[in-house]
Design a protein around this ligand. Sequence first.
Ligand code: G1P
Length: 293
Amino acid sequence: MESVVRKAVIPAAGLGTRFLPATKAVPKEMLPIVDMPAIQYVIDEAVESGIRDVLLVTSRGKSSVEDHFDIAYELEDFLSRRGKEELLEKVRGSSRQVSLASIRQKEPLGLGHAVSTARGLINDDEFFAVLLGDDIYDSPVPATRQLIDAHQKSKKSVVSLIEVPEEDTKKYGIVSGMWRDDGLFEIDRLVEKPPEGTAPTRLAIVGRYLLPGRVFGLIENTPPGHGGEIQLTDALQRLAEDEGLVGVVCKGVRHDAGDKLGWLRANIAYALKREELKEPLLEFMQEILESNP
Ligand code: G1P
């Protein structure tokens, strides 16, 4: 039987320190990529992958994220009376595709802890997706859909992987294991943010996971790890040992929107896909290149 994945957990509780002062009063998830908040790219990917229920894990000062996915009656009425149908569709799009619930992570105890706030909403045998807002995938087949396909093929839990330069391994959860004949990677060891020079491979976990509800019990028994926080990566080590875990290198481009340069690159890449922006932006970039030989 095909397993159906309908639920996703989206942790959005981080302080966004890398974008201060912009994130003093605006959640980093609401920083725009062209004209859409970063978090909407992630929720759109979830919806296009078949997800219908999203649990947002938020923290103090994040209510604008919830507002963004709520219905804005006055705004819709205003746009409708002005005949601004195209904008109205865009504004409506964000609120009506999914059923969204949110829960507060009251203390920053780590990604594992943030994910475990969904316990009680997901059965032990049910598979759910985790999407981290900092990682944005631009791909013809949505990344979460690619994880679901890998899960249906392998019957195992899945994480998405990319190969990173050696000097970047310290920023990620790093895995080791073996490539399978079907192109998936059988993971036997995971290490969260290994110190420089100690990473077993250059294969990094990026922010997409497909996990069973059983993982909550494993997170509960995971002691604090890197940075004194409850790390999802550490709980996944147990999952890999108990029932297997595979990695998939998703087809498409991944942007690290949690990093200043990555966020700028994402803005340029998405702007170049817009008919009305492409030409003037290329002209501007040409001017810059010519004045900065
Ligand atoms: C988290 C995970 C890490 C993963 C990364 C991907 O780290 O803990 O394993 O590689 O996301 O973006 P963070 O970037 O939240 O510190």
